[in-house]
Design a protein. Structure first.
Length: 146
């Protein structure tokens, strides 16, 4: 029955007032959405493979609004809106860390492949007093070790 209520709520052809009376739900139009549970969707969580759940969006919500899709198992929140805050679940954190690590490796590679050029920049910056001797020596050391 709950499933039917959800389906009818999503289908704007059904008036909410009719849904309420058909299923004997004792609440108001605007309150209905709050008591409807999240429903399972086809999509699986990209991290743990569990089924994702979606909270019903209000009928008045625009198509661009966040869709409220999440994983009950690992807490991942699927972003359907680019303006939303980033998900802080473990999977997303790991993914982000890996991306940062990859970027670092790319930059390091770039430096190694252009070592003499970077040495020149470094020396120049040092000679102009833009970086301290400490930093200069540290970076020299890194270049030496690479
Ligand atoms: Zn998950
Ligand atoms: Zn996440």
């Amino acid at each position: 029955m709950l499933y039917m209520v959800i389906e009818k709520y999503k289908n704007k052809e059904y008036r909410i007032i009719d849904i309420l009376s058909e299923y004997n739900i004792n609440t108001s139009d605007s309150e209905l959405i709050k008591i409807l549970p999240a429903f399972m969707i086809e999509e699986k969580c990209e991290y743990c493979g569990s089924n994702l759940y979606q909270k019903i969006s209000s009928r008045s919500a625009s198509d661009l609004a966040e869709k409220n899709i999440y994983c009950e198992y690992c807490g991942h929140i699927v972003s359907t809106n680019i303006f939303r805050k980033k998900c802080k679940c473990l999977g997303c954190q790991n993914k982000k860390n890996k991306e940062i690590e990859k970027k670092k490796q790319e930059i390091l590679k770039l430096i190694i492949n252009n070592e003499s050029y970077f040495r020149e920049i470094l020396k120049d910056a040092y000679n102009r007093g833009r970086i301290s001797e400490n930093i200069y020596n540290s970076i020299e050391m890194i270049l030496f070790l690479c």
